[in-house]
Design a protein around this ligand. Structure first.
Ligand code: NAD
Length: 453
């Protein structure tokens, strides 16, 4: 795919991580883009060129699009739909408490669009949806003169722009191949393998990719536990495993578990989709169970490091640690480095468990502590009782234990000698295997990683 991009009029519905990235990148590729969101405050902020999320390069592209008059923001899709050739649906599809995917955001966007689309327009689903959603969207639209396609998004938060502009592949599913080709042509300048297929396969690719990534992380976390039990070093083991080109080293790092707004809901949704179709996905159920266990393992390790529990091997979660009177410094709250997104963060889930066990918590996260006012809803995700500090050192002052929960690279350059001096006791659980254990021990720390000797 390398032909020049013919300019098209695109409406992107939803201005979140995916919608805003899609809108800004399509504008960057030369299209004329309107991005709609029901959140008035977000639309006002974006119209003024202020991007409310932390995402590398997104500010620049949004500014560029606005300055070149190729990108604007609106609240109502109804007024602008008639002028657009393509509509990308990028609204949330969360998992409901009953395990079903909430499609109401999608359906309400379609309701607002249906009567206003021009004949020949194409409605493209970029939101992640259960396999078999395309015909439901078609039925809700009730328009035989409008094309339908599924174009799942694989961007990673933290590198969303780079991923969009240099994807590993572009997948477009449509019953009508000419519709799929028209959608693929929007990406014209981008060099990437193109997979044109039916809508069910496109929808399944997205779930399958996220489920596989989750499986990789759960496998590594289970392996780290085995390494601890058999006195092997997970760093060495993973180097030996990851250099096998059939396996690869990406996503092969122990941690407090996978999280975020996508992997947890998409793995559960795939289990549900499979079971609805008569297949019991035991393997994926195991992947999810290991991930839940991992939170207990991290909390048990913290309790052990502060001499409050003696849980070893598989016996995690069998006893509730008592951390009354312990002050813990939590380093990192976002679900991964490079983003300010707290949704589904394992760091938050560990913090909640520590609070439940009676610990006092102070936390530092580079994306939040310096940026609290910018993102509209960080407090909504922070557990009650967690106090934010202005720096890692401030969080660790007088603490009994520090816990690294997000892999922010800047934690490597903390003055660990000073931290050791200022903590009540210099103990650290590095639940991301981020830090140099030898250096930390030389600074006087009792250091524990995951599966590290
Ligand atoms: P988000 O919550 O960041 O953004 C969604 C936006 O849609 C919000 O701004 C919301 O106000 C808006 N919205 C809701 N209903 C609307 C409506 N009817 N009309 C207009 N705007 C509406 O969500 P997100 O993280 O961008 O995810 C969107 C979809 O993309 C989900 O299906 C998700 O699974 C999928 N996805 C997300 C990622 C990711 O990394 N975040 C990656 C790939 C796919």
């Amino acid at each position: 795919m390398s032909s020049a991009t013919a300019q098209q009029r695109i409406l992107v519905v939803g201005a979140g991580y995916v919608g805003l990235t899609t809108a800004a990148c399509f504008a960057h590729l030369g299209h004329d883009v309107i991005c709609a969101d029901i959140d008035r405050a977000k639309v006002a902020s974006l119209s003024a060129g202020i991007v409310p999320i932390r995402e590398a390069d997104l500010d620049r592209l949004v500014g560029e699009g606005i300055a070149q008059r190729r990108l604007r923001f609106v609240i109502s899709v109804a007024a602008v739909a008639a002028s657009c050739d393509f509509v990308f649906l990028c609204v949330p599809t969360p998992l409901r408490a009953d395990g079903e995917t909430e499609l109401s955001y999608l359906m309400s966007a379609i309701e607002a669009l249906a009567a206003n689309l021009r004949p020949g327009a194409v409605v493209v689903t970029k939101s992640t949806v259960p396999v078999g959603t395309a015909p439901k969207i078609g039925a809700a639209l009730g328009r035989t003169d409008v094309g339908l396609a599924s174009n799942p998004e694989f961007l990673r938060e933290g590198s969303a722009v780079a991923d969009f502009l240099a994807p590993d592949r572009i997948v477009v599913g449509a019953d009508d191949r000419s519709v799929a080709e028209r959608v693929a042509a929007l990406y014209g300048r981008i060099e990437a393998p193109l997979i044109l297929c039916d809508p069910n396969s496109a929808e399944t690719v997205k779930y399958a990719a996220n489920a596989f990534l989750a499986a990789k992380v759960s496998f590594v976390n289970a392996l780290a536990a085995v390494c601890e039990a058999v006195d092997a070093d997970v760093d060495v083991v993973l180097e030996g495993v990851g250099t096998d080109h059939r396996i690869g080293s990406a996503y092969l790092l122990p941690g407090p578990g996978w999280g975020g707004s996508c992997l947890p809901k998409d793995t559960r949704a795939l289990v549900g989709v499979a079971s609805g179709a008569g297949y019991v996905f035991d393997l994926l159920e195991g992947v999810i169970a290991v991930n839940e266990q991992q939170l207990d393992r991290v909390v048990a390790k913290i309790a052990r490091v502060v001499d409050r529990a003696g849980i070893e091997g598989n016996a995690v979660g069998d006893s509730e640690p008592n951390l009354d009177g312990i002050t813990a410094a939590v380093l990192g709250l976002t679900f991964k480095a490079g983003t300010d997104d707290l949704r589904g963060s394992p760091a938050i889930r560990v913090a909640e468990r520590l609070l439940e066990a009676g610990a006092r918590l102070r936390a530092y996260d580079p994306a939040l502590s310096s940026n609290l006012g910018k993102r509209p809803d960080p407090e909504a995700h922070l557990p009650e009782g967690l106090a934010l500090s202005g720096s890692a050192l401030e969080a660790m002052r007088e603490a009994d234990v520090a816990v690294v929960l997000t892999e922010w690279p800047e934690f490597r350059s903390v003055d660990w000698n000073q931290a050791a001096d200022e903590m009540a006791t210099a103990r650290i659980v590095d639940a991301r295997n981020l830090l140099d254990s030898a250096k930390l021990r030389a600074s006087g720390f009792v250091y524990e990683g995951l599966g590290r000797r």
